[in-house]
Design a protein around this ligand. Sequence first.
Ligand SMILES: [Zn+2]
Ligand SMILES: [Zn+2]
Length: 381
Amino acid sequence: MHETKIPFGERDGTLFRAYEVENGLRCGCVCPGCQQPLNAANNGEKVVPHFRHAKSNDCFDGFREGVRRAAVALIAQHKHLMLPALIETVRVATQDSRLLEEKVELQPVATTADRVERFVDLDGMRGHAVLHQSDRQLIIRIKLSSRMEHERYRLLKGLEHSSMEIDLNHLTLEQINDPASFEHAVLHDPANRNWIRSIRGERLAAIAQQKLQSLAVELNARSQLEQAERVAAEKARQIELDKEKAELQLSLEAHRARQRQIATAQPATEQDNTVQGRAELIAETMLKALQAWGGRAVECTACHLLSPPESQFCLYCDASASTVNPVTLSPDIPLTIHKRMRCSAKPTMSMKSVPRLLLRPDLKASAGVLITPALQKDATQ
Ligand SMILES: [Zn+2]
Ligand SMILES: [Zn+2]
């Protein structure tokens, strides 16, 4: 355990490793934490050299204080240090909740200081080392516990200087005793350090933020424009639909007037409003389509009678559910029409949907009031 084996002993203000001094109490060292005498253990072949308190006490700072002071001494001596890497993602949301992202990245890079201050009081908190470089300062904390020091980070972030942490908590006694390993850990290892506050990182993040914000403004403006265009297109479409609906209504009214007019000349008979009579009418309009309309017609979905192919509405009924669908008639219809009608459900369905026809079809193949001028031309060709 770290606390009982102490890597550094202090003599006349200088730190020594256990193998650099005489064994036992003759080392003449005191604990860097509590200043009580230490016993050096550097004799056994299997023992990693270390110190222990000569008299057991409740000091737990011997390990931490020694390692921290030795680390700070190295930094002060070399004035040279590997800076931590920084990887951060800046995010800005657009109005339509898209997340724009930009990575801010600082590679680990070595820095050299003009001078190094040791153990500096910063608003009641200790900076273990402060590197000065022209007018800039970098505060360094040496971490020697596994705890996260949130309050300390918060205070450091409130200062106007960059700050970083070097985590030496996981170093073994062997690594600490080996000057090269220890120096690598303190000065060069990019993996054991991180930024608490990086002024340069913040500047890069601010630039990225600004860039993303102007992009967001651009995207927002574009999506607003697109939205406005969609609304305008939808409005135009609605106007067009309303117009079509109004036109259809007008045509339907004109059609009804025409139906009423024709009905006075061609009223439906009682026979037309029976299943048998309706079957005959359906058959007759089919024959008429073949003879007069070139085999083409539209069929009413309500009364199932065929109207001339260009008709927008059924000529014979005013059923609200009536629409007309184009049909093409086969030339062999006259041979099979009676058989077809006997097994067709259409006459019954016709009677159900349209109990009373408005008028009866003009069954003469020659021009009648029911045939439009265009169709008259077709019929005479
Ligand atoms: Zn102590
Ligand atoms: Zn109809």
